[in-house]
Design a protein around this ligand. Structure first.
Ligand code: ADE
Length: 226
């Protein structure tokens, strides 16, 4: 899988792309993530990527020209399954969406900034608009990192124990059960006996029960979903 991230602030993604699972996925050759600096596609000395909004108002708007140039260059090289725009007025991101996107070949993720992008970008290039939740952050970079991380960890082979993504919260609409590690007794706070029993079937049954109970208590809405 290949993910091209287009941003006016490429440095914001540096540390995220060079750590942990996302880094490992790239090193294993399972995922290729390329960050494109919008300024490389800007014209003029100032390499301007944003401008004042027509009609007035506060904030700057990302211009269509550098974005169009970057997207068209990428599209000339390969087909993209989705061109995603990160925006608080997009569809709320969800594990189901992550599952679907993880099966695709090539994605572009466009990060908005300031007051957003010229609306013609959304009308003519973007195929999917994603919000990471009902709050506004300063730009799309952190949102793009959230979405990229959620997708990458689902790509087969990325996690060393492939089943571990399947037991994440939200897969099967259930929250994950509690987990424990050594010591089995910390100042009298004991790990549930069943987990020390070595009885795999009973442990699986206990975990499922815990998942159902926690989902009912914390997120009953998930149990209503199909
Ligand atoms: N950009 C700013 N806020 C955002 C959000 N909640 N989701 C996606 N992109 C954003």
């Amino acid at each position: 899988m290949r993910i091209d991230i287009i941003t006016g602030l490429p440095n914001m993604l540096d540390s995220f792309l060079n750590q942990s699972i996302v880094k490992r996925a790239q090193n294993k050759g399972l995922v290729e993530i390329i960050v494109h600096d919008l300024r490389d596609y800007a014209t003029g000395k100032a390499r301007q990527i944003d401008d004042y909004p027509f009609g007035g108002g506060a904030g700057m708007v990302l211009m269509i020209e550098p974005i169009a140039k970057c997207i068209r260059k990428l599209q000339a090289e390969r087909h993209y399954d989705e061109i995603i725009y990160m925006t608080p007025d997009g569809q709320t991101f969800h594990q189901r969406m992550a599952n679907r996107l993880s099966l695709l070949e090539n994605l572009i993720i466009l990060c908005g900034h300031y007051k957003g992008v010229d609306h013609r970008v959304r009308e003519h290039f973007v195929t999917l608009e994603i919000s990471i939740g009902d709050y506004v952050i300063s730009g799309g970079e952190l949102a793009a990192a959230v979405v990229t991380d959620a997708i990458v960890r689902l790509v087969p082979g990325v996690l060393s124990d492939e089943t571990s993504a399947l037991t994440d919260s939200f897969q099967d609409n259930l929250l994950a059960p509690p987990v424990y590690t050594r010591p089995a007794d910390f100042e009298g706070w004991k790990v549930p006996e069943i987990l020390l029993s070595g009885h795999e079937a009973k442990i699986a049954e206990w975990r499922l029960q815990q998942s159902i109970e926690r989902t009912r208590a914390r997120r009953p809405d998930l149990l209503q979903e199909d």
